[in-house]
Write a protein that binds this ligand. Structure first.
Ligand code: GLV
Ligand code: MN
Ligand code: MN
Length: 418
């Protein structure tokens, strides 16, 4: 195997190249099915080909590079992460896992390691869910759990996922061909920056994830009545933004009150119509995102949010509609894969710190079809979804080395299984 330091240097150069592909000069923004996504996907495909993988792009735009294992039954180990970003993103969230998977596959091929399964590297395009009110479409298609109604969801400009896929060069009617039958899947692995402070605080370069927190996201539409800011008396107003403000604070209070299992509740986006200085706001659309380490507190929070919305609507004479657009329960990692990842990390002379993921990942969808496991990489200051996000080349190199060892470890298990 290449030295971890060598992996780290190569990965860092690749991450820099990806970070230059953005919609906005000076900051990194790369949303699903945009021209920037196309350029990043093409670069990932080029790297996969150079690593000796056979590359295709599936119906959802996921770049998939296969390292075949000649003469073995059709079983596949999937390894991947995403190349879409949030707005004004860091350069590691997602891209690190794609680059790590390519380097690991490259190393396995160069050394001609005989594997009892094919390895398929996946570069997903819709993990962040920033452009469309839905997320994890690429991994849901592979897992065979994609809801076809999600293809009709539209972005802020009214463009549906289906028409964006067509414009991107994909065939949205070929979703079924993206699926991997569960009996053919060995598992799904992902390397990801931790996005939190635990590993740094405990001086551990790497961590092994035990579960991914469940998440519910949605859109609240508040309809009041637009009117003249100078003439409509305060007592007669049905101000949608004032109602939305109450709901934002109610949502925050729900998150704060729910100490169970690290409940968090966020409103990250607000659209006010008509949005003029001299018009009483007639309508507001706001996003919500609720997460917890286990499912009951998240469900209770959602019920509390609906109840708060009903109360506000009644008191203020506005209509409030709460629509859920994404709902995934907490996904446990496979104990067998967690054990293999722990051995891989330990074999590098590193402590094995197990931890939960508060952030969402494609593994949540993949877990509906196969066993999943994740390696976390120490994150400076725990900062993520922020351009200050950072992981050292040394830690990244260790993560790639651990990934290679984990693939070899799973290969041993697969041979025992036969
Ligand atoms: C993805 O980064 C998410 O957890 O929102
Ligand atoms: Mn991510
Ligand atoms: Mn993210």
């Amino acid at each position: 195997m290449s030295a971890p330091a060598d992996f780290g240097v190569r990965a860092t150069a690749m991450l820099e190249a990806l970070a230059a592909i953005t919609a906005e000069p000076g900051r990194l923004t790369r949303l699903y099915l945009t021209p920037e996504h196309r350029r990043a996907a093409d670069l990932a495909a080029l790297w996969m080909r150079k690593a000796g993988l056979v590359v295709r792009e599936d119906a959802l735009g996921t770049v998939r590079g296969r390292l075949e294992a000649p003469g073995v039954p059709r079983r596949t180990l999937l390894i991947g992460s995403h190349i879409d970003t949030v707005i004004d993103a860091g350069r590691f969230d997602g891209m690190l896992g794609v680059v790590a998977a390519i380097l690991a596959a490259d190393d396995l091929r160069r050394r001609a390691v005989a594997l009892p399964f094919a390895v398929e590297v996946c570069a997903f395009g819709d993990e962040e869910g920033v452009r469309f009110p839905t997320t994890l479409l690429g991994s849901a298609a592979i897992a065979g759990v994609l809801d076809p109604a999600d293809l009709d969801r539209a972005d802020a400009d009214g463009v549906s996922v289906r028409s964006a896929l067509l414009a991107y060069g994909c065939d949205p009617d070929a979703v079924a061909a993206a699926r991997i039958p569960p009996e053919e899947a060995v598992g799904y692995l992902e390397v990801h920056i931790e996005q939190g402070p635990v590993l740094e605080r405990e001086d551990c370069p790497l961590g092994v994830v035990t579960a991914i927190a469940g998440a519910t996201r949605g859109v609240v539409t508040i309809t009041g009545k637009a009117g003249h800011a100078g003439t409509v008396p305060m007592s007669l107003r049905r101000d949608a933004l004032a109602a939305a403000s109450e709901l934002v604070l109610a949502n925050e209070a729900i998150g704060r009150a729910g100490t169970a299992d690290e409940l968090v509740a966020t409103v990250g986006r607000l659209a006010v119509r008509p949005g003029a200085v001299n018009v009483v706001p007639g309508a507001v659309e706001l996003s919500f995102d609720v997460r917890a380490a286990s499912d009951p507190p998240r469900r209770a929070a959602l019920a509390a949010l609906r109840a708060a919305a009903e109360g506000i609507a009644e008191r203020r004479g506005v209509a409030i509609d709460v629509a859920v657009t994404h709902d995934r329960d907490t996904a446990a990692c496979s104990p067998a894969i967690v054990a293999v990842l722990g051995e891989a990390v330990g074999s590098l002379g590193l402590p094995v710190r197990r931890l939960m993921s508060g952030a969402g990942h494609d593994g949540q969808a993949m877990a509906l079809a196969t066993g999943i496991g994740m390696i976390f990489v120490r994150c400076r200051g725990g900062i993520s979804h922020n351009p200050a996000e950072y992981a050292t080349p040394e830690d990244i190199g260790l993560a790639v080395a651990a990934l290679v060892r984990a693939v070899e470890g799973l290969a041993e298990k697969e041979r025992e299984r036969r």
